[in-house]
Write a protein that binds this ligand. Sequence first.
Ligand SMILES: Cc1cc2nc3c(=O)[nH]c(=O)nc-3n(C[C@H](O)[C@H](O)[C@H](O)COP(=O)(O)O)c2cc1C
Length: 161
Amino acid sequence: MKTLIAYFTMGGRTKKTAEAIASALTNYNVSYFPVQLTGKFIEKLKILDKFEKNDFSAIEPELNTLDVASYDLIIFGMPTYGSKPPKVFDEIVARMGNLSGKRAVVFTTARFTGGKARDYMKAKVEEAGVQVIDKTKFRRVFWLGVKNAIKFGKQINERQE
Ligand SMILES: Cc1cc2nc3c(=O)[nH]c(=O)nc-3n(C[C@H](O)[C@H](O)[C@H](O)COP(=O)(O)O)c2cc1C
């Protein structure tokens, strides 16, 4: 099953989690659509702020390459910012166009919460016509290991034996 993991990361926790999930998806053919902010923290926050104002010019080249036509399953991974995923999530979903007939998995990473953001993501992709087959949150204040992510990946993998 062709699978796309679309994630956003500012600090690397969501990337690490996405890659840990992918490492368990041995029955799937996995590609990534990563949106990763790099550089100084303050610069990243400025870009995030632009996202909030619906200015995605900083990542326009990446967004333009987004083509999900050939994927059966899309895994969305986002950090939690103020109980929601960053606005880039909504933009990624909008740029994917009609997703009817596809399946999705949504996950969030968070320090304190993450549940609301995860449910927001689920509702949003369902609006685009997707069937959400699994969802979760990975929450740790400090060190976010990969154990739970690998376990979650195995759970998804078993659906496709
Ligand atoms: C601007 C900002 C807002 C955040 N808001 C929340 C929040 O509301 N709830 C929460 O649990 N964690 C919050 N966090 C923590 C991140 O969700 C968490 O560290 C996440 O795993 C970061 O993912 P990343 O390393 O992939 O960027 C916030 C972090 C930042 C930078």
